[in-house]
Design a binder for this molecule. Structure first.
Ligand SMILES: [Zn+2]
Length: 300
């Protein structure tokens, strides 16, 4: 009741206080859990049974032997490390591909923590060449999941595709809480006119006590440091300090009771950042950096 009666009054406040850049995500449909099996893909069986070919008049090929030498087992390039089996990490790929077509859903105000209200979700930004942030976030999230799943981490996403609407920011936060995630990482690309680089955003106010805030900060430092070392991006030149920012207005941080951060992987309106973010190789590199940071955090 409170929410409905105050929604009109708060709309102006929310609109005037809307976040710069892209960070305001969440949306309509409920979050979808995508559990991923851990482990390394099983190599395909070696040796194929001989198959008969249709007669062509040529001599029949010699049948292959039915036994083959065993092939060496592929060795992972990195040794398996740390997190206990069943460790849950929630990845929140910001925005969604259907948001732009459904303003009636994503513009609805939802609780954003500490008495604030914000739109359910936003469309996100895009590069000057038209590469949308939601697609970038979705692609990077999958790459992070692949790395983490190979180490036995159970990775859940807050949305199940890149064509839907939402979910809303408060639902995204609730998803990580409900699954008791060991870490929650929201993935975004920023859309700022001027400046470049990445930054990691932490809650300026501790929503779940000092111990959880300390855990979130450890996660922030772990991801920040690996990202800075591996991704090829520099700390943001236009916001925060040294690649860190602290905000009071993000529902995903304010409503989380788990260790939670949001990373703006780069500034999509900057041509050099966008060039890296727009290629599969670039996204793989930064996704590996994020995953390495998460693994370092999980290792304690
Ligand atoms: Zn965003």
């Amino acid at each position: 009741v409170l929410r409905r009666t105050t929604i009109a009054a708060l709309a102006l406040i929310a609109a005037s206080a809307s976040a710069t850049g892209c960070t305001a995500s969440a949306g309509g449909s409920p979050p979808v859990a995508l559990s991923t099996p851990g482990g390394i893909p099983t190599p395909s069986p070696s040796g194929r049974p001989g198959t008969a070919r249709p007669s062509t008049g040529r001599p029949a090929p010699t049948a292959r032997p039915t036994t083959t030498r065993p092939r060496p087992t592929p060795t992972p390039t990195r040794p398996p490390a740390g997190p206990p089996r069943g460790t849950v990490v929630v990845i929140d790929p910001g925005h969604n591909g259907g948001n732009a077509a459904h303003p009636e859903v994503i513009d609805a105000l939802v609780p954003a923590g500490f008495g604030q209200y914000k739109p359910c979700n936003t469309t996100g930004t895009a590069s000057n060449a038209g590469y949308p942030e939601h697609a970038f976030n979705w692609d990077v999230a999958q790459r992070v999941r692949t790395v983490l799943a190979a180490r036995g981490v159970s990775v859940l996403f807050t949305r199940g595709n890149d064509t839907g609407v939402g979910p809303c920011v408060d639902d995204r936060a609730g998803f990580g809480n409900a699954h008791h995630a060991a870490a929650v990482v929201a993935i975004h690309g920023d859309g700022h006119i001027g400046g470049h680089g990445y930054h990691v955003i932490e809650a300026a106010r501790a929503p779940a006590g000092s111990a959880m805030a300390a855990a979130s900060h450890r996660l922030a430092v772990a991801v920040h440091d690996r990202y800075g070392a591996e991704s090829g991006f520099t700390p943001a030149t236009y916001v925060g300090s040294g690649g860190y920012d602290h905000r009071t207005d993000l529902a995903g941080l304010n409503l989380s009771t788990r260790p939670t951060i949001l990373i703006e992987c780069g500034n999509m309106r900057d041509s050099a950042d966008a060039a890296r973010m727009g290629t599969a190789a670039g996204r793989q590199r930064l996704a590996q950096a994020i995953a390495d940071g998460i693994l370092r955090y999980l290792a304690g």
